[in-house]
Each structure stands twice: as structure tokens, then as C-alpha cells.
Design a protein around this ligand. Structure first.
Ligand code: ZN
Length: 172
């Protein structure tokens, strides 16, 4: 297992549409182990594979927020198959957009179909933080960031800020 470097805005890889996982090979399992280690180290409640530069439809989540009682969840090829009419607003953040937060409205409950690490097809119904988190991560698989759900003004402001920071980093 290894902690992998995070892909940070404005890296264009964040805009890629990730590919289906295919067979659950030892490489896929190793990637998932690295994703979990990277997510816990950050620390974050969710991670999509593209955030460590791998364009595969894999999401790891742990909303337990208790490092002594970890509850890692792994979703291969997750798809939202149903979402509630009721919405929920949450002040979201993202490991690829460090130290920036913004309120995003999403369905309060979703049902998600996915494959587990044994390759079995499963479905869960999520609400609360898990529902928010899984929708945020599935967005990543489609090249969508939570800032895309904010006003154009806010999005432009944060995009500019990170572009400037990246430029400074290159110059240093
Ligand atoms: Zn994110």
C-alpha cells in the first residue's frame, strides 16, 4: 500500500470521464488499497480514482469520521439508479480543491448500483452525508467537480485562484 499524490485543480485530468473498471484484478485491489490509504491520510471522507490520476470508475468512502472505528466502503462502477425529490444542502469540500468549501444542493437520498471487490452487483440506499458524498464522488467519475454546482462567479473565482497558485508552483 502507498499514499499517492493527489491531483489538484486546475489539473485537466479532473475533467476526464473515467473508464469502467472491468475485471476485479489484483491491480484493482491494490489501487483500492492505495485509495483508502490516501483518503485516510488526507484526511477525507471520499475519494475517486481520478483524484490519484487513475481514470477508472472507482470510489472509496468512509463517513464514520472515527479513526478507531473505520467503515471503508468501496464502489466499483457506481451508478445512481434513483434519487429523492427532497433535497439536502451541504457545505462541500474536495481533496482536489483544498481548503475551499461551498454549499451544494443535491437529492437527500439516492439508491446506487455498483459492484463490490468480489465483482458482485449490489445496491444501497444512502441518505445524509453518505448520499451527498457518493453523489460528489460519482460526479468525479464523469469529470464534474462540486464547484460546477456553484454560481459562475464563485466557480470562476476559485478556478482563477488555483490557476494562479499552480503557476507560482511551476515558477518556484
Ligand atoms: Zn471531490
Amino acid at each position: 500500500m502507498a499514499i499517492r499524490p493527489l491531483v489538484i485543480l486546475p489539473d485537466s485530468r479532473l475533467r476526464l470521464v473515467s473508464e469502467p473498471v472491468g475485471a476485479v484484478t489484483p491491480e484493482v485491489r491494490a489501487l483500492v488499497a492505495d485509495m483508502l490509504e490516501t483518503m485516510y491520510d488526507a484526511p477525507g471522507v471520499g475519494l475517486a480514482a481520478i483524484q490519484i490520476g487513475v481514470a477508472k470508475r472507482i470510489v472509496t468512502i468512509d463517513t464514520s469520521k472515527d479513526e478507531n472505528a473505520r467503515e471503508p466502503q468501496v464502489f466499483l462502477d457506481p451508478v445512481v439508479v434513483w434519487s429523492s425529490e427532497e433535497k439536502r444542502i451541504y457545505d462541500e469540500g474536495c481533496l482536489s480543491i483544498p481548503e475551499f468549501y461551498g454549499e451544494v444542493e443535491r437529492p437527500d437520498r439516492v439508491r446506487v448500483a455498483f459492484r463490490d471487490l468480489d465483482g458482485a452487483t449490489r445496491e444501497i440506499e444512502a441518505d445524509g452525508l453518505l448520499a451527498t458524498c457518493i453523489q460528489h464522488e460519482i460526479d468525479h467519475l464523469n469529470g464534474v467537480l462540486f464547484i460546477d454546482h456553484l454560481s459562475k462567479l464563485k466557480r470562476d473565482r476559485v478556478t482563477k485562484k488555483f490557476a494562479k497558485a499552480a503557476k507560482r508552483g511551476e515558477a518556484a
